[in-house]
Design a protein around this ligand. Structure first.
Ligand SMILES: [Zn+2]
Ligand SMILES: [Zn+2]
Length: 470
């Protein structure tokens, strides 16, 4: 059994690979490959406990990160974070942090960390002098094999979204919070680190890709790819929930032109499924709650009343409803609802599917308004009473276009003419003598039956006006 002579103490949240390099360097080995060879000669020393024996310490549990790139030196993360989130290939670091304290932060080894949360600069992954990519097979922790000191180089300010993501991750990774890093805010503070990373990759991926394809986790070991994910995720999570709403609008606008239906699953694709299945646990409620709020407030597609994923209140309060339900509410056919939309009497939208069927939605508030107004629609006889017109005069007014029917033979094929009461009252209050057709309101002359009939009409007219005004 070999025991290493020099056994530095692991530091809280130190990178596991970084620690092993520090250990190899302290004991005079030329690189981690030497330590790997040494371990291969020891019986059953491939696990973290094996290295622990060589070091005669159990304090390796303070380390974080998976060691994966060596034949014999292998280690799963002592903190239990899945290997997929660790970047074992190409190390990144913050020069300012390294210069201040010469050990490797485990935080830098997480694929989505591309910025230093303390110095707000981009992490570096190559040597500024020889331009070689940084490797875990180098001889010294704080120097490139060309001799350049890693802490001594210029830095580039990082994107604020990337800094935000690094801060979230740092808050959940470090056992003791680092000075200068603001505490993680609601609702992200309820997440475990693995949950946060899954959410960042999910949102970051959808912000960049087509919504109908499941997110492909691109090679996040590549810092440029990781940066674009972190930036998009930071954008979606910062200033919660406004960034997330922007992402949802973006998902709709990106594929809106292609969707042939107005159903949620078609517009949001796998994003919608994942939100309710993969992120179905309670800690992710904030993602689903805000998605529902967005649907309630802004989405103009159809929300099936039977959609069990949504709360009853969302289904009831959703602003947009289907043509069929709108038709039932108004007591008219679906085609009549379409004509109301086309004539601007309802605010809605119509799509024609590939099979030629018309689908669409109606805004609930305009539907409610029209339903209320519809109870006051007047027949031709009632309109004539308000306008004090003979039948002949009323038809002349209809033909002239001054009197607009909302329903009737030439409008929607119905046999009875209907008029908006408010429009008719408005017309009655105007001076509207038309010299060409010589129509004018009756002044109660002989054309209009008896005096008794005139009084009845006046009473009826007052009644209609009262009802409408009320
Ligand atoms: Zn730093
Ligand atoms: Zn170099």
């Amino acid at each position: 059994m070999t025991t290493l002579l020099i056994r530095p103490t692991p530091i809280d949240s130190e990178s596991a690979t970084g620690y092993l390099l520090r250990l190899a360097e302290a004991n005079g080995y030329t690189s981690l490959l030497d330590l790997d060879l040494l371990v291969s000669k020891e019986p059953k020393l491939e696990e973290v406990a094996g290295i622990g024996t060589m070091l005669a310490t159990k304090r390796l549990s303070k380390l974080r990160g998976a060691v994966t790139r060596f034949r014999n030196l292998k280690m799963t993360d002592p903190g239990g974070l899945d290997q997929q989130y660790w970047n074992g290939r190409r190390p990144r670091y913050c020069p300012a942090c390294l210069a201040a304290n010469s050990y490797w932060r485990a935080l830098w080894d997480i694929t989505l960390v591309t910025a230093c949360p303390i110095h707000c600069v981009e992490l570096c992954d190559s040597c500024s002098k020889c331009d070689h990519p940084l490797s875990w097979k180098r001889a010294r922790l704080a120097a490139c094999d060309c001799g350049a000191y890693l802490g001594d180089r210029s830095v580039v300010p990082a994107q604020p979204e990337c800094v935000a993501v690094s801060r979230y991750i740092s808050s959940l990774l470090e056992t003791t919070p680092r000075g200068g890093i603001p505490a993680i805010q609601e609702p992200l503070d309820r997440l475990r680190l693995a949950d946060l990373l899954a959410v960042c990759i999910f949102l970051g991926g959808y912000a960049q890709n087509d919504v109908r394809k499941p997110t492909k986790i691109a090679d996040l070991h590549d810092v440029s790819i990781a940066t674009s994910f972190a930036r998009a995720a930071g954008d979606a999570l910062e200033a919660w929930p406004s960034g997330y709403r922007t992402l949802l609008r973006h998902l709709v606008s990106k594929d809106g032109g292609q969707a042939s239906s107005n159903r949620l699953a078609e517009w949001f694709g796998y994003f919608y499924t994942a939100l309710y299945k993969r992120f179905g646990d309670r800690q992710f409620d904030f993602l689903r709650d805000e998605f529902e709020s967005y649907i309630r407030d802004e989405w103009s597609g159809q929300l099936a009343e039977r959609n069990r994923r949504f709360s009853k209140s969302t289904r009831i309060e959703h602003k947009w409803i289907s043509l069929t339900i709108a038709g039932k509410t108004l007591g008219v056919k679906r085609s009549v609802v379409c004509s109301f939309i086309e004539r601007g009497m309802l605010c809605g939208q119509l799509h024609t599917t590939a099979t030629g069927r018309t689908s669409g939605t109606v805004r609930r508030d305009t539907l409610e308004a029209l339903r209320a107004e519809k109870t006051h629609w007047l027949t031709l006889t009632e309109a004539r009473e308000v306008l004090n017109l003979s039948r002949k005069g009323a038809y002349a007014l209809l033909r002239s276009g001054k009197l607009h029917p909302v329903s009737g033979p030439t409008i929607d094929g119905r046999s009875i003419w209907r008029f908006s009461a408010s429009e008719v009252i408005e017309l009655a209050s105007q001076e509207w003598t038309d010299p060409e057709s010589s129509i004018k309101p009756h002044t109660g002359g002989p054309a209009h039956a008896s005096a008794k009939g005139g009084r009845t009409r006046q009473l009826r007219r007052r009644q209609i006006v009262r009802e409408v005004v009320a």
